[in-house]
Ligand binder design. Structure first.
Ligand SMILES: Nc1ncnc2c1ncn2[C@@H]1O[C@H](COP(=O)(O)OP(=O)(O)OP(=O)(O)O)[C@@H](O)[C@H]1O
Ligand SMILES: [Mg+2]
Length: 383
């Protein structure tokens, strides 16, 4: 027996479920309360949740085109009840509810010739539901495993590149210093430099300055650059950085807003965090070539941590590029405009501080970087 589209039997079952919604929830709560030792308050909350879930399921039974129930279940598998408990517990709940409905139907519609059809439809709907829930569960677990694998690959890759970067930076730093000195000497020693020579020397010094900045960034990115962690007043650093960049915002037609919450000091390197803010805010401004909005917010999170969010309304990041933006030298900017080290430094500073960086981006709409850092404890890790 199958039940296509919108049929009288579908409407009849949905109506029955609606009329007996409260009773179904009550019988269910009376059964699971003692079995799982759930208190009255939580039970009331669960029963309400169940009534809402039943209403969505009912809507789907009446009209199979209404799939809100599956949208909610799929989301739930990623972060709600189904994700937190073994899925069998959730499936058992569905089976229990079906049993309650079967009992109610058999009692109240004993004499009704439609009873077998209603029971058949209920079973069809239940099996469909169980298959979907199982699928959502497997899908969510696979996505979580993939996320962890990518995180692991990313951190291993960063560690390997960090070592290489530190080695190269060390090797280059000394000859670089010698060239800078030689350039300075040349400027002093040349008795009567022509304007062209003076200009060339100036260009050479400016470009050497750029190279030195890259070397410093590389050292910051590698373990070598990881400075001592201390107690950092994140809100103060944000205000300072935004003040420094005010002119920059005006020229770029960027409106900057802050929502700074009451947060504990963070356990991180102060200089590192300055760089993090500067790099993320510079990227955000560069992503809004025609102006836009920059939002910087802080708030307490996960009990002992601090959340920093930097959000722009810029061009966004293409989905296939998201996995690469933290790689050193990955840039989409024109030569001379970006070296692609900004975000690798951000990643390095934050992970050395025991924190995490996440990015969510919608191409053409904007990007949000979320950073979580440990709070510093008085007399604990931080003196
Ligand atoms: N807020 C953002 N919006 C859109 N794209 C971004 C954003 N932040 C970073 N990106 C992308 O990530 C790339 C890498 O960023 P990163 O800061 O590491 O390097 P860069 O800005 O290109 O150069 P550098 O920071 O060294 O000057 C950028 O080139 C850009 O494509
Ligand atoms: Mg950058």
């Amino acid at each position: 027996m199958t039940f296509p589209g919108d049929t009288p039997v579908r409407r009849e079952l949905a109506r029955f479920m609606e009329e007996h919604g409260d009773e179904t929830a009550r019988v269910w709560a009376d059964t699971i309360g003692p079995a799982f030792e759930i208190g009255a308050e939580e039970l009331e909350f669960l029963a309400k949740d169940m009534r809402e879930a039943q209403a969505r399921w009912r809507a789907h039974i009446r009209d199979p085109g209404d799939v809100a129930t599956y949208a909610v279940l799929r989301e739930h598998a990623r972060g709600g009840f189904i994700a937190e408990h073994p899925p069998s517990r959730f499936l058992a709940r569905q089976i229990k509810i079906r049993q309650i409905l079967v009992d109610l139907l058999s009692r109240e519609m004993r004499e009704d010739p439609k009873l077998p059809e209603l029971l058949g439809l209920l079973d069809q709907a239940l099996w469909e539901r169980i298959l979907h829930i199982t699928d959502f569960f497997v899908e969510a677990r696979l996505a979580e495993r993939r996320r962890l694998e990518l995180q692991l690959i990313q951190s291993e890759k960063m560690a390997a590149i960090g070592q290489l970067a530190a080695g190269i930076a060390h090797e280059i730093r000394n000859p670089l210093g010698i060239i800078m000195n030689a350039l300075y000497d040349l400027g002093e020693l040349l008795p009567d430099p022509t304007p062209e020579i003076r200009e060339d020397l100036q260009i050479a010094r400016a470009e050497m300055g750029r190279v030195q900045e890259i070397i410093n960034n590389l050292l910051e990115f590698s373990r070598e650059g990881a400075s001592e962690r201390q107690s950092v007043d994140l809100n103060r650093l944000i205000k300072q950085t935004l003040r420094l960049m005010r002119k920059h915002f005006e020229t770029a037609a960027v409106e900057a807003h802050t929502t700074l919450g009451e947060i504990a000091p963070c356990h991180a390197s102060e200089n590192g965090i300055r760089q993090v803010l500067l790099n993320l805010i510079t990227n955000a401004v560069q992503a809004m070539p025609h102006g836009g909005e920059l939002r910087v917010s802080t708030s307490p999170c996960d009990g002992e941590r601090v959340l920093l969010e930097i959000r722009d309304t810029g061009v966004g990041i293409a989905p296939d590029a998201v996995a690469r933006i933290f790689d050193p030298f990955y840039t989409t900017k024109d030569p001379g405009e970006g070296t692609g080290l900004g975000l690798s430094v951000v990643h390095s500073v934050i992970t050395h501080a025991g924190g995490t960086v996440e990015v969510v981006s919608a191409p053409e709409h904007g990007t949000t970087f979320s950073i979580r850092l440990d709070a510093a404890h008085e007399g604990g890790r931080v003196a």
